[in-house]
Write a protein that binds this ligand. Structure first.
Ligand SMILES: [Mn+2]
Length: 453
């Protein structure tokens, strides 16, 4: 595959006005350039259609921003789609937007994330790549002698930037890729180098996700100019000795109640680079927020309050701010004693929100304590994936370290594999064999390194 050239008709039209920034002829590379780093787009997430619309709107706004800011290229550091087999209308919409990016002559380089990757190696990213809408830069070969994974840089034609990265897998299944990675050739490379990753790095892990397994940052090759990351839905950036800045952008649009409550909106990094000489660069990295709706976060402690009092308090909160056209998250907590959740008359909250013309109301009752029901002992701030991880760990059948790690990874992979539904137009037979094939792969010896040829 011709992976190094995004657009072969790379004519010189846009070079004419701006000759200073270009060294024409061979080896064209701009002396100053800028690009965007997006990650965790999760397109197609949210079951609620009004929220799903917003996650698509955030993507549209991001593409629009990339075009109007005339970035030289754009990076997606994994989890582009929420599932490996996204709905056709989502794929269609995304393809149209990526076409706009392509028409603006802005190449898009991506790595697949844990959500993009089906156990059989199928991914919508392959389809978009075949259509010429993006380039998957996670490309390389396994050296038959050393058994090491040798990644190859994709060279951006306009800026000469060298881009590579490692795909993400669920539940740290990518560990073996990093362990077998030939680092030296990447570390000795010259020029402006980008290494994309989609995994949990210990040094970048936020406090509230401390329980997640992670790799040390030293898993990544040294000497790259920038390490655009994805996977952890929390914006953070660090600089370590021997490495360029490493960062997580956070999701492009919050992906569940907790993320919406905590972050209100998503964003992405803009990187502006100035070349001093072939190997010396200065760069500025700035996080740009991406707001498609205003958000208000409310909390009500229900302890010792009647249903009417709780409704009244919510109405008061709504009136205290201009909540029109806002997303409103409402977290109920405290004890409702002998009441049941249905006794709170949830529809009343929706009615009140509708009266105030709220765009969407999201109600969360996870922190409600009821006397008759003792919930599972998990931090309720955690997202579904962390909850899943904690539950699996709690129920492992063995204490042998190697065996339990295997059992953990297998359970996690099985859960994610079985978490699928029949696709539009998919025959029952095809659906069944897709699931059986996916599961077989998990139990086979050569489960990993599917996507790297
Ligand atoms: Mn993600």
């Amino acid at each position: 595959m011709d992976e190094n050239n995004y657009d072969n008709n790379n004519d010189n039209d846009d070079n004419n006005n701006n000759t200073n920034n270009y060294q024409l002829n061979n080896n064209i590379s701009k002396n100053s350039f800028s690009y965007a780093h997006l990650a965790d787009l999760h397109l197609g997430s949210w079951r609620d259609s009004s929220l799903r619309k917003l996650s698509t709107a955030a993507f549209d706004l991001a593409i629009h921003t990339c075009i109007s800011k005339k970035y030289d290229f754009v990076l997606f550091a994994g989890d582009i789609f929420n599932t490996a087999l996204p709905a056709i209308d989502i794929v269609n919409h995304i393809a149209k937007k990526l076409q706009e990016l392509k028409q603006a002559k802005i190449p898009l380089y991506v790595i697949p994330g844990s959500h993009d990757f089906s156990p059989t190696g199928r991914s919508m990213i392959d389809v978009l790549e075949s259509a010429g809408l993006l380039i998957n830069v996670c490309k390389g070969t396994v050296n038959p002698d050393t058994k090491q994974l040798e990644l190859k840089y994709t060279i951006d034609p306009k800026t000469g930037s060298k881009i590579t990265g490692m795909l993400g897998r669920r539940g740290m299944l990518d560990r073996s890729y990093y362990e077998n990675l030939a680092r030296t050739p990447l570390e000795n490379e010259t020029g402006y180098r980008i290494f994309m990753f989609h995994t949990t790095l210990t040094e970048l892990k936020p406090k509230h996700l401390e329980m997640l397994d992670s790799h040390a940052a030293s898993f990544l090759p040294k000497n790259q100019n920038y390490y655009p990351g994805g996977h952890i839905h929390h914006k953070s950036i660090i600089e370590l000795e021997g490495y360029g800045p490493m960062s997580y952008t956070g999701p492009l649009f919050p992906n569940n109640f907790s993320e919406l409550e905590k972050y209100s909106h998503g964003g992405f990094y803009q990187i502006t680079v100035n070349r001093k000489d072939e190997n010396q660069f200065t760069q500025q990295i700035e996080w740009l927020p991406l707001k498609v709706k205003e958000h208000l976060a409310f909390q009500i402690n229900c302890t010792n309050k009647s249903k009417e009092q709780i409704h009244e308090e919510f109405n008061h909160l709504l009136s205290s701010k201009d909540s029109r056209e806002n997303i409103v998250t409402l977290r109920l907590s405290g004890s409702i004693q002998n009441l049941q959740l249905k006794d709170l008359e949830i529809s009343k909250f929706t009615d009140l929100a509708n009266q105030k013309e709220v765009y969407a109301l999201l109600l969360n009752t996870q922190k409600i304590q009821r006397d008759e029901f003792e919930g599972i002992s998990l931090s309720m701030d955690s997202n579904p994936e962390e909850t899943e991880i904690a539950l699996i760990k709690e129920h492992l059948t063995t204490t042998d370290k190697t065996k339990s790690e295997y059992e953990f990874q297998l359970t996690k992979s099985l859960l994610s594999t079985l978490n699928t539904t029949k696709k539009e137009g998919e025959k029952s037979y095809d659906f069944q064999s897709r699931i059986i094939e996916s599961c077989k792969v998990l139990f086979s010896d050569n489960a990993p390194i599917k996507n790297i040829e």
